[in-house]
Design a protein. Structure first.
Length: 199
C-alpha cells in the first residue's frame, strides 16, 4: 500500500478521520510521510500542522487522542482514511466533530423511522396516525401488538413465501421500535447491551 506524498507540492496528503464505531467523519487533517510513520508507530493520529509548521499529535495537550484502529488509501493513493477510536471530543472547540455534530451511531432509515415514531409519541393527542393511536392506547396495547407480530413472523418463517415473511418481519421491527419508544429507549440502547455481550 503506497501513499503518493509527491502528488502535491507540499508533500502532504489529506487524512479523513472516521470513528471506527459510528462511522461518522470526525475531522480532516494533513499528513506527510513523517506524520504517517509516527501514527503507525504510536497508534495515535499525528498530523502535520500547516500553521505551526510541525508535527502534532491530536490530543497532545487535551488528552483527547484519536487512537488508530486501521487505515486505508484511496484509489489514487493520495488520500488517507483513518479509522479511530476517539478518547473524547475531536474538535478543539470541544465538540464531537469539527462539524459540530454529535458523534452518535445512526442506522440510516431506521434512525429516520425512530425519529418519526418519537415525534408521533410526543404529539399523540394532536396527531391522527396509527402510531399516535397506539401511544394513546398505552403500553399494554403496544406490547400486545409486538407479541402478535412476533407470532406472525414465526408462522411465515415455516412457510415458503419469502414476501410474506419479510413483510411480517417489517411489521415486527416497526412495532418493536414503537415499544422501545414507549419504554423510553432507542435502538442504540439495545445495541449497547449487545456490545456488552461481545466476547
Amino acid at each position: 500500500m503506497n501513499i503518493d506524498f509527491s502528488k502535491y507540492t507540499n508533500g502532504l496528503v489529506p487524512a479523513i478521520v472516521q470513528d471506527n464505531e459510528t462511522k461518522n467523519v470526525l475531522m480532516l487533517g494533513f499528513m506527510n510521510q513523517e506524520a504517517f510513520d509516527k501514527t503507525i508507530a504510536t497508534k495515535k493520529a499525528t498530523f502535520f500542522s500547516r500553521t505551526k509548521n510541525r508535527l502534532w499529535t491530536k490530543g497532545e495537550e487535551s488528552g483527547n487522542f484519536l487512537n488508530l484502529v486501521s487505515y486505508a488509501v484511496d484509489c489514487d493513493n493520495d488520500t488517507l482514511l483513518l479509522k479511530v477510536k476517539p478518547a473524547g471530543p475531536t474538535c478543539h472547540k470541544g465538540t464531537d466533530t469539527c462539524w459540530d455534530e454529535k458523534n452518535q451511531q445512526e442506522y440510516g432509515f431506521l434512525t429516520k423511522l425512530e425519529n418519526i415514531i418519537k415525534e408521533r409519541k410526543e404529539n399523540a393527542t394532536s396527531e391522527k396516525s396509527y402510531v399516535a393511536s397506539l401511544f394513546e392506547k398505552g403500553i399494554n396495547k403496544i406490547a400486545q401488538k409486538v407479541g402478535e407480530e412476533a407470532v406472525e413472523v414465526i408462522i411465515e418463517a415455516k412457510d415458503a413465501n419469502d414476501n410474506l415473511f419479510l413483510n411480517e418481519s417489517a411489521d415486527l421491527l416497526f412495532h418493536y421500535l414503537i415499544l422501545l419508544q414507549a419504554k423510553g429507549f432507542q435502538l442504540n440502547d439495545v445495541v449497547d447491551v449487545l456490545k456488552g455481550r461481545e466476547k
